[in-house]
Ligand binder design. Sequence first.
Ligand code: ADP
Length: 573
Amino acid sequence: MSSSTESVLDEQGDYQWPWCQMGHFGINFIQSDDSKAYVEGDLTRAYIKDYDLLKASKRPKPEETEELIQTDLSEMSLKEDETEALGEASDKLLDEKDRAFEVLPKWSSDKRKGKKKKGKGRYNYHSFKEYWDVSCFWLTQLTWLNDFGEQMTEDNRKELTKQCDEMKPIYPIDHHENLLENSDYQNVTKKMIETNPEATFEEIYAEHCSIIKKQSEIDYHIFQTKEVTRRCKDMISRVKRLGYAPGFEETQFPAFYNLEDHSKIREKPVIKEIRYTIDEAYAKKFCGADPRDEKTDESTASTSDINIQQESSSQNNITNDNPSEIRFNFNPETEQHLIASNAEKLYANDPEISKYYWQRYRLFSRLDEGIIMDREGWFSVTPEAIAEHIADRVVRHNVSVVVDAFTGVGGNAIQFALRGAHVIAIDMDPVRLKCARENARVYGVEDYIDFICADFFDVAATWTMDKKMAPKVDAVFLSPPWGGPSYLKAKEFDLETGCCPNGVDIFDVSLKISPNIAYFLPRNTKVSQLTELAIKAKSRMEIEQSSLNSKIKTITVYYGKLAYREKSQKEEN
Ligand code: ADP
């Protein structure tokens, strides 16, 4: 077993759900101000399952509702069909599949080596110097032999030919494949000899070597630009195949951008060098289907759709005679419309909410024990199993105080507190925060959560301006509104325009509170933007897909010490 596999096993050993690392990458960027930046990160996936909660939510089976259940609970129905057909064998198969998670991907280099076609190999040289070190003898001597061989004694010629054969680098750059047919490398000292017939042998040889080196350097850079561009495209297609939205534009590749041309304004960082290991076979093996073929599933959608918000606020005002009067205490008598277990009746004519109601226990397994939610809460709360996993990831490595900056109805805050963290839960909507507090009470953790009803930007500004007011925060969790379920209809989700408020601003502000950030986002968020955040944070990153019952639902991007790091790297630091 490779050392990387061991450390992956070690790290995921205490996660509740199977977890795997699918890829690793390192990218060198040139930023708009010409400064350099390096980002390193991992692509990972958590395999979360909540069939039991889905099953518990299932509507009793009157004939007329059969069709609806099948659409709403498609994931569960699918599983049930399988189970019916396969009976016990199916359970066994699933068990084996679960156990298969323990076999984590091996770094793919061995497999690739086997597939490599002879003569087509490439070596990723780190610099011209590295290339020149391995090729200078061959380049200068072979071209010298070509130009002056006829003037040598036969023995000398033979000897030099032999040496050149021996010194040929295994991976010459494209321009040097047929070196002797390349006119840039023929008779390079001709001009010197013509203009200076008195030149000595040593002078001609020195000039020859210098011209060959200069020409090689030019050709090396052309080759390198093409190579990096090829690698950019290759990495992007691999990332896509794993179900991520890359978001990089061609103008960011070196071949499409002249790095030396300073006259152009670079809006986005340009890739100078890229290295990666991505094991696609692993994703296919464990997910069954190609993630791109997944049907859109919006049950975890975060939404602030205007219509919904309007309806939501009218709902919220049902019992508030005076809307300016904010009541933080939940009154079960007058606020029955918030009680989640009443939702079947309350939203009887609201098919959108019915859909979520028939999956209700996946949102809160203790829903019947007094969970309260406004209408938007039904759309936006993180499914409990995903929230559990995120808490598993965040509350470790000495993380004991977590800020949940957009608490909503509290799904995530509760899980952080259940893992033993002290949570500072912020939300600007008093009704939401009231729900979160009541829900925390249901889970017995309200004493471990401080609720702050305010704009996160104001809270952050206060903490940043007056350090004495600022608590010692170990990690920030961000789950801002994603701007309506339509986010999945677009190929890529833009962090700046898709989130409300702007997702990049949210990150900038959070960085002032803590470098350890977990960002909960749509699964199609642009990877390019997420790497730009890592540049700002000067941190490594991890983009973790949450696969819920084999469907990739969301991603959580970890920065700072929350990001996965191999054991050996941890030890080094
Ligand atoms: P979740 O419940 O998973 O956190 P939502 O999309 O409903 O998902 O969460 C968004 C929450 O963020 C809403 O409750 C909304 O009131 C809150 N919110 C939006 N903007 C801000 C802000 N600037 N400061 C604090 N809370 C905010």
